[in-house]
Design a protein around this ligand. Structure first.
Ligand code: GDP
Length: 247
């Protein structure tokens, strides 16, 4: 049974002022356009059309919130790498995405969807390198794994794991297929743990972690921070040296 089966569309957010105030915990889903992000959210929610709400006109550039029980949310971020005017992309990042990802205290971690046939693109690397400054974990779903042979699957997971290790020690990675519904239990285990859901006795294999063996990428216990943290200095200084995936 799906852990996220009661997910419903909640709202589309175009401005930081409109972020849900009742969120106790949320996970953001990011990835290149066409990587399979909407399909992955639909598969996890066991709902064939849910995340396609995010593809409706007027919603593609915004944060789309899907609500679980008890003030917990899955947040669908705009896909990156799609041809748009650089000024438009920069405005979107500076106005909404960057401050959301850096300062949203309810954000437990990032689920990053990559097409398993073309993983760790430059934009994916930029995203990971940039998000790493938050100290929050990233779980990579290598989507469309059904398109790879077993040998190719083993190769891609090994090479992505090695690539991730050079970017962050807070990453985990797994294979995923929305078409075949594979990797669902493994993803639920990681994401459900981040959300503090009761995941029961899962038989799913643990996701492969990019750091030292035995290390599990979990959210760190952080002090609750409000928007005032924007000027707190430390994170801001770190942010200056990182480039978000805007071009
Ligand atoms: P998004 O732009 O990242 O939200 O990507 P979509 O979820 O819309 O998927 C893009 C395309 O990839 C669509 O044609 C999907 O049917 C296809 N796709 C997504 N996930 C899978 C998968 O697991 N296996 C296969 N074979 N195709 C997939």
């Amino acid at each position: 049974m799906s852990l996220f089966k009661n997910v419903t569309f909640h709202t589309t957010v175009a401005s930081l002022n409109d972020l849900p105030t009742d969120s106790v915990c949320e996970i953001a889903f990011a990835g290149r356009s066409n990587a399979g992000k909407s399909s992955a959210i639909n598969t996890l929610a066991n709902h064939s059309r849910l995340a396609f709400v995010s593809k409706m006109p007027g919603r593609t550039q915004h944060l789309n919130y899907f609500r679980l029980d008890d003030g917990k949310y899955l947040v669908d971020l705009p896909g990156y790498g799609f041809a748009k005017a650089p000024a438009e992309i920069r405005a979107q990042w500076e106005g909404l995405l960057a401050p959301y990802l850096i300062h949203r205290s309810a954000l437990a971690g990032l689920a990053l969807i990559m097409d398993s046939r073309h993983p760790l693109t430059d934009l994916d690397r930029q995203m990971i390198d940039w998000f790493a400054q938050t100290g929050k974990p990233i779980h990579v779903l290598l989507s469309k794994a059904d398109k790879l042979t077993r040998t190719e699957q083993a190769q891609v997971i090994r090479s992505v794991r090695e690539g991730l290790a050079t970017l962050s020690d807070r990453c985990s990675v797994q294979l995923f297929s929305s078409l075949k519904h594979t990797g669902v239990a493994e993803a639920e285990k990681v994401l459900g743990t981040w959300l503090g859901l009761d995941i029961g006795e899962s038989e799913a294999a643990p996701a492969v972690v990019s750091g030292p063996p035995g290390k599990v990428a979990r959210p760190r216990q952080r002090k609750v921070q409000g928007w005032a943290a924007r000027s707190a200095g430390k994170e801001k200084a770190a942010a200056k040296n990182k480039k978000p995936p805007v071009a």
